[in-house]
Design a protein around this ligand. Structure first.
Ligand code: FES
Ligand SMILES: [Fe+2]
Length: 405
């Protein structure tokens, strides 16, 4: 696979991406956003080798809840087990390989295959093979039950997000997430409770989301949210107020302390803020991305993770959640919660109205995707001032796929 990604791109493309002066570098060609073959390569050698966000722990809130999903074309199932832990299994029966869980279910004590009724525990263990020997309670299992349970997939939960490592060979999850964990460790994100969920697909390649980790677009795309370039840049010095940084699997947009801030006009009772567990000397980054596909934005009053899963080269599923301090569902906080959601999703909450940050961003990505049907899109440039993160991401992707520096 190493050779094939390099061969697919060509040495000239890789060299152009890695030119030392960022203004002179050129981005990945249009075909990596439009070509089915490149998505096949990503599904074979990018996503399986990383820890990829796939779901939220709140998808299976209680013991016995299960949710089937696909990742890299592989059917998996998310399960809350008897101990309350979130587990991920291959959603495939060990008898003659049939999908076991077909749709989300709640409060099951076991999971039963629809084809011949083999039964699995919430820990994946094979429990029963009815009628195998002609009796409903066949005592004799046809196979060794100890090695014929549902096949476990390496998974872990970090601040409500369920990550999987399909090939089982990545560094431990916390090691992989160390830069992001260190950035946010002073905040009690784990105690927050889910307040809103949203899910939609949009017509753009998943990589364009992660390439949006810059603030250069804010003034143009998020009119009414970020009003002026002077909110983003010190117009006397030309220096951005945001430090755009990357480390390992993490991208940060860290506001510098001296950025002038106008206090938000809060409607209704003010939500309890996200609890601080420790002091932090410098401002933490509020808008964050965990490569390859998860964004984790944290503000004073909430946590907004989003998971982006490719469905096709030009189609991405966005799974989005908003978490608030315990008690935020009380009616007295409703106006403030709505105000926060308005900012993210627009007052109508409709993607088509493009009234909030997320629909505005996703719409821009759709414009970028359409543009990638033109050869002009093979000549993508980066601003040294603003877009180091974009090049970092592109280079991270091809390094992860085997194109070493
Ligand atoms: S395939 Fe599942 S019980 Fe036969
Ligand atoms: Fe944006």
């Amino acid at each position: 696979m190493t050779a094939s990604v390099r061969a697919y791109l060509g040495d000239d493309v890789i060299d152009a991406l890695r030119r030392p002066v960022l203004d002179e570098a050129r981005g990945l060609p249009a075909k990596v956003y439009t070509d089915e073959q490149f998505l096949v390569m990503e599904n074979a050698s990018l996503f399986p080798s990383t820890w990829t966000g796939v779901a939220f722990a709140s998808d299976v809130p209680a013991t016995g809840d299960a949710m089937p999903f696909e990742f890299c074309g592989v059917p998996l199932v998310l399960v809350r087990d008897q101990q309350g832990e979130v587990r991920v299994f291959q959603n495939v029966c060990r008898h003659r390989a049939t999908i076991v869980v077909q749709e989300p279910v709640r409060g099951q004590s076991t999971l039963k295959c629809p084809y011949h009724g083999w039964v699995y525990g919430l820990d994946g263990a094979l429990k029963a093979t009815p009628f195998w020997d002609g009796t409903a309670d066949a005592q004799q299992l046809p196979v060794d039950a100890s090695c014929n349970g549902l096949v476990s997939v390496r998974s872990g939960v970090w601040n409500h997000v369920v990550f999987v490592n399909l090939d089982g060979n990545a560094a431990p999850l916390l090691e992989y997430l160390a830069p992001m964990d260190a950035e946010l460790a002073h905040l009690d994100i784990a105690e927050l409770e889910v307040g809103h969920r949203e899910e939609w697909t949009f017509a753009a390649n998943w990589k364009l989301v992660m390439e949006n980790w810059e603030v250069y677009h804010h003034v143009w795309v998020h009119e009414g949210v970020f009003d002026r370039m002077s909110d983003e840049v010190d117009t006397r010095t030309g220096e951005p107020y945001t430090e755009m940084a990357a480390e390992g699997s993490a991208l940060f947009l860290r506001y510098k302390a001296r950025r002038p801030k106008s206090p938000p006009k809060v409607v209704g009772d003010v939500l309890p803020p996200v609890r601080q567990l420790a002091e932090r000397a410098t401002p933490h980054s509020t808008a964050n991305a965990i490569l390859p596909n998860t964004t984790v934005t944290i503000t004073d009053y909430g946590f907004a993770p989003a998971i982006y899963l490719p469905e096709a080269p030009g189609q991405t599923l966005a799974r989005m959640a908003w978490y608030f301090a315990p008690g935020a569902t009380e009616p007295r906080y409703r106006a403030h919660v709505d105000q926060i959601l308005d900012r993210w999703l627009g007052p109508t909450r409709r993607y088509a109205d493009r009234g909030g940050i997320r629909p505005q961003d996703h719409h821009c990505m759709e414009l970028q995707q359409r543009a990638r049907n033109s050869p002009v899109a093979n000549d993508v440039k980066f601003s040294t001032t603003w877009e180091a993160n974009v090049r970092y991401f592109q280079d991270w992707v091809i390094r992860q796929m085997g194109c070493d520096a």
